[in-house]
Design a protein around this ligand. Sequence first.
Ligand code: ATP
Length: 439
Amino acid sequence: MKKENIKETQNDLMEKIVSLCKRRGFVFQGSEIYGGLGGTFDWGHFGVALKNNIKQAWWKKFVDGRRDMYGVDAAILMNSKVWEASGHVAGFSDPLIECEKCKKRFRADQLSDIKKCPECEGKLGSMRQFNMMFATKIGAMEDSAATVYLRPETAQGMFVNFKNTVDAFHPRLPFGMAQIGKAFRNEITPRDFLFRQREFEQMEIEYFVRQGTWEKYFEYWKDEMTEWMQEIGIDIKRVHELEVPAEDRAHYSSRTIDFEFDYPFGKKELFGLAYRTDFDLKNHKLDYIDEEMGEKIVPHVIEPTFGVDRAVLALIVSVYAEDQKDGEVRSYLKFKPSIAPVICAVSPLLKNKPELVEYANTKVFAPLKAEFGRVAWDDNGNIGKRYRRQDEIGTPFCIVVDFDTLTDNTVTVRDRDTGEQERIPVAELKNYINSKISI
Ligand code: ATP
């Protein structure tokens, strides 16, 4: 395929994904009825469910599934001394450049020509550093002492609780702290749907090690991250590791690998893995008594960091599929059952037949809902329409109660990917679905 055609197909794919996300209640533009607010999105019912499943899969693997990890949920507002010590007040900035003609602003490091405006070809002004932290005031005073920042990363919430965690749990090195939460960055050019937002969510781990062992644990976390991406269903063939050169690394990092993903708009960062050395603990004047070695040390840190929103986007791009069914193009999301926002949908064949509705509701829907939670009731439109809707939501199984069910207590279970249907006894449904969730 020619280069321009590939670009067009990819733009087209992105448009289809954005529109599906809105149509099916995953993601909406933030403050939409007032014209939106750049770089913000609101999540609808299925988007929340998908995000929760991703976050739970992360927590299960990296916190509940281990004995060396301690969870944290720190406040978003922190004393501004934290951000002075961490280097963010002085150094968390992007190079900003403004067009003298159209007044549009750009990130200079993302332009191929820093003299000519990519929008109107006008002259670009001089470059200046733009701090990306959102500042606000705390309390009623308007003086500078009351300035606080919305956190631009969740990491510092863990570093400042390092001592509390050591005192409360007495962990031995190596051990980690993990946190899921919102982060805020005043991005100059929010763009590409969920990819670059001003308010987003991170899942981060700070893994504390002895200095001499950092390389071993860096490799170890690289593999863990890759494994998790595969577990949730991100297409690993689209993921590429980039060794970030020194001049592009964050101020705290001595080595960084970006996991880049082939999004429809190009190859860009999905997650990152950084060796933060002892930079943060040292700057916060924190240390650790290493009882095994009999000395006081400042542990070094390996940081695997995951963006929830980019995980959602990469996953949707990975599982989006189209095929031809009955002369029509069908689009569907091939989520793994363990991650899908809805695991199964229950329908009475006809909604005006009370005996079917009654059976479907009490003998199928209610017990499955009580067991799995992620179960939808769908009696809107004909069966074909219901299947198309559930395909777009990514529901792996559609269960239909028909007239045979009333006599033989079996239902039709339709597989989202193949469209094949099989008869399953109602009494077997829980086991059937349980066996699929583990996949
Ligand atoms: P980029 O180079 O794309 O700006 P970054 O290197 O600044 O990203 P990190 O500071 O490493 O990003 O943040 C950790 C993770 O948080 C990223 O890997 C990404 O998944 C997510 N993330 C960062 N910035 C944003 C954003 N503006 N919108 C959505 N997710 C983000």
